[in-house]
Design a protein around this ligand. Structure first.
Ligand code: GLC
Ligand code: GLC
Length: 653
């Protein structure tokens, strides 16, 4: 698009660039800058146009993009070019991810690098290393309180080790995902220290107030994220004698994006990590990027504009790099983080599918799929060239963020139903084998979330203790069922380290004062590699889960219908225990896969004639892609055993 005002500004900016930038051959950079500049200009103008220093901020912004482009390695620039050409590369069914803590999976980055073959053994080719940056020695919210964005926590490794890990992964065709914590910094970050010391420039990086007047107005409508361990959204700082906005923990200071310098600093940091070799950057807590009195301070329109601007700028310097939005918000809000439009208002290519995750846990507790079906029916369509990150568990708690209207539609009362789910997963409910703990309980609102490892939440811990082999097998089936859903739903499946070998809760965190107040640590394990070795011992729990996943991953990778081209159709079967959907191959219309999962503990039947009435699935000779077997069929009734799934194709004709 050619637009005079922005174009003449661009010319002015190019004239003002530092001589060391002007001298360089930046052909690709300028082509991309020209293509994106109108969008960059309009978004910046919208956010910061009223400021007197708008033009000089724009010069700074372009200088940051150019300087990072100049330092970008030629191998990464080549990758950028390839990915520009094959811009749908990340929608392929070939990607399967795993999230892990470097020091939980191995002791540190070096240890991680020495275990890369484990990923290949399982079939993982995207690794999300949870935060590794310098952070306080004591509590740091699992590294999400960053005190230096340009260096690695010495307990985990060095910057050189990140670069060498990135190279080693690239050689094996494994993508690297790294976090950039954009919403806040640690109170030990240099910006915070300088703010504390009284420097106005750095006080303007945060939301800092002389007294409670404005904080009180904010508090009227802001929810609390950690109501037990960090109630309220502001913290009094003795050194400054002022109040600081701290939405998460009291030591995490929220950055003020109404200041363009904050935006430019964070863009510089995102590009810095792109240049260290991150293929994907996970942007933390993006829903919180803009604060406005009278709102919940989540999902504000400006938060979206900031993400669009980050994306447009990143596309100029490092177009091969993708963003993941971590926005654990209401179902209708999450999809907005893909952007309003795939080309002119793009935000993040990937977003956590927290909705699907929580709905699956509902199906586990209720043994039926009423809410799961209803919730997925209401899930808004997403853009093309955008994809979900589908997961069963992650390093965080499980929030029960379903839409109340969906809960009602499924026949429950929202408050009582959420209460039931918390009781179920914390084992309070009679007959529940789950061993979770409540997280973030808020007595004012009655809300609570759930902590606990996948295996312990499905009941494996209880089953193993009681020595009930049948129950153990049921738990293994359930673990595999949940994974079969995320591996076939459409999007990138993200496994959580330890789940592939059935890791139980680890309650040793209570002995560590920096962790004791936060029970999410019960599901952030230290991998016991001796126990992991049992994956090779026939009949062990580890082997049954690991090999099941290994096989599922291999089948997924060779099933084009599992790529994500918005090619999923939910199928209502009339059986409330089944979750059934059709995946179609957009490039070969007859190549459909029918996915069916039974969330009940008794066999359930699926009436196939109901499906073929829809005219898109034959069932003359069904075969399950996962087991290779033909499932038991009586006339047009297909029987799905308890906690089992099928990935069905028709081998007939
Ligand atoms: C993200 C992280 C979570 C952290 C929060 C605050 O949501 O996943 O672990 O507590 O951000 O940084
Ligand atoms: C809230 C936030 C999310 C964070 C989580 C940590 O759900 O929305 O960003 O990961 O809290 O518990």
């Amino acid at each position: 698009m050619y637009e005079q005002v922005s174009h003449s500004l661009l010319n002015k900016i190019l004239d003002k660039l530092k001589p060391e930038i002007r001298k360089r051959d930046l052909r690709h950079f300028y082509t991309r800058l020209g293509a994106n500049f109108y969008a960059i200009y309009s978004l910046s103008h919208n956010l910061y146009g009223q400021r007197d220093d708008f033009e000089s901020q724009m010069v700074k912004l372009v200088e940051v993009m150019a300087a990072q482009y100049i330092t970008r390695d030629s191998a990464l620039k080549e990758l950028d070019r390839v990915r520009e050409q094959e811009h749908n590369w990340f929608l392929s069914q070939e990607w399967v991810g795993m999230a892990l803590y470097a020091n939980g999976f191995a002791d540190n980055l070096q240890g991680l690098k020495s275990r890369l073959s484990y990923f290949q053994e399982l079939g993982i080719n995207m690794v999300h290393v949870l935060p590794i940056l310098e952070c306080p020695k004591e509590a740091s919210d699992g590294g999400y309180a960053v005190s230096n964005f340009h260096d690695v926590d010495e307990r985990i490794g060095t910057l050189e080790e990140v670069q060498s890990l990135a190279k080693a992964l690239r050689k094996r065709n494994i993508l690297l995902t790294l976090d950039v914590v954009v919403n806040h910094t640690s109170d030990e970050h240099e910006w915070a220290s300088r703010a504390r010391a009284g420097e106005q420039k750095y006080q303007d990086y945060y939301y800092i107030f002389d007294n409670r007047d404005i904080p009180n107005m904010f508090e009227e409508t802001m929810p609390e994220i950690f109501p037990e361990s960090a109630p309220g959204n502001f913290t009094f700082d003795d050194a400054m004698d002022k109040w600081v906005m701290t939405v998460f923990n009291s030591y995490q200071w929220d950055l003020n994006y109404s200041n363009p310098e904050v935006f430019i600093e964070m863009l510089d940091i995102i590009l810095f990590w792109a240049n260290q070799g991150a293929d994907i950057v996970r942007l933390d807590a993006v829903a919180f990027l803009w604060k406005k009195i009278g709102t919940t301070c989540q999902n504000e329109r400006e938060a979206h504009l900031i993400l669009q601007l980050m994306k447009d700028c990143c596309q100029v310097t490092a177009p091969g790099v993708l963003f993941i939005a971590e926005a654990i918000v209401a179902p209708v809000e999450i999809a907005k983080y893909f952007g309003e439009d795939a080309i002119i208002a793009k935000e993040c290519e990937i977003a956590y599918n927290a909705t699907f995750m929580a709905l699956m846990w509902d199906a586990v507790a209720t043994k039926n799929t009423k809410l799961l079906n209803q919730g997925i029916l209401s899930l808004p369509d997403k853009l093309d060239r955008a994809t979900w990150l589908n997961y069963v568990r992650c390093h965080d708690d499980i929030g029960l963020g379903f839409d109340d209207a969906d809960i009602v539609q499924a026949g429950y009362h929202p408050y009582a139903h959420r209460r039931f789910l918390v009781d179920y997963f914390t084992g309070v409910f009679d007959d529940s084998p789950a061993r979770g703990q409540p997280f973030g309980r808020n007595d004012k609102t009655g809300d609570a979330r759930i902590s606990g490892s996948l295996a312990s939440l499905v009941g494996l811990e209880v089953a193993l203790e009681s020595g009930d082999n049948e129950h153990v097998q049921q738990c293994i089936d359930l673990i595999l069922l949940l994974h079969s859903m995320v591996l076939s739903f459409g999007g990138i499946p993200l496994l959580y380290y330890g789940d592939e070998i059935g890791t139980l809760n680890d309650c040793s965190f209570v002995d560590d004062s920096s962790k004791a107040h936060d029970n999410r640590w019960m599901h952030r394990p230290k991998i016991d590699w001796k126990k992991a070795g049992l994956r090779k011992q026939r009949g062990s729990v580890e082997q049954r889960i690991f090999e099941g996943l290994q096989k599922m991953i291999a089948v997924r990778k060779s099933t084009p219908a599992f790529a994500d081209y918005n090619n999923r159709e939910l199928i209502e079967t009339g059986n409330p225990h089944l979750f059934v959907f059709m995946r179609s191959n957009p490039f070969l219309p007859s190549d459909n896969v029918l996915v069916a999962g039974n969330f009940d503990d008794s066999p359930q039947s699926l009436t196939l004639s109901d499906l073929s009435n829809r005219g898109h699935f034959e069932y003359s000779q069904l075969q399950d892609l996962y087991s290779g077997e033909s499932p038991t069929q009586f006339k047009d009734q297909l029987v799905i055993p308890p906690y089992r799934f099928y990935w069905l194709i028709d081998r007939g004709l």
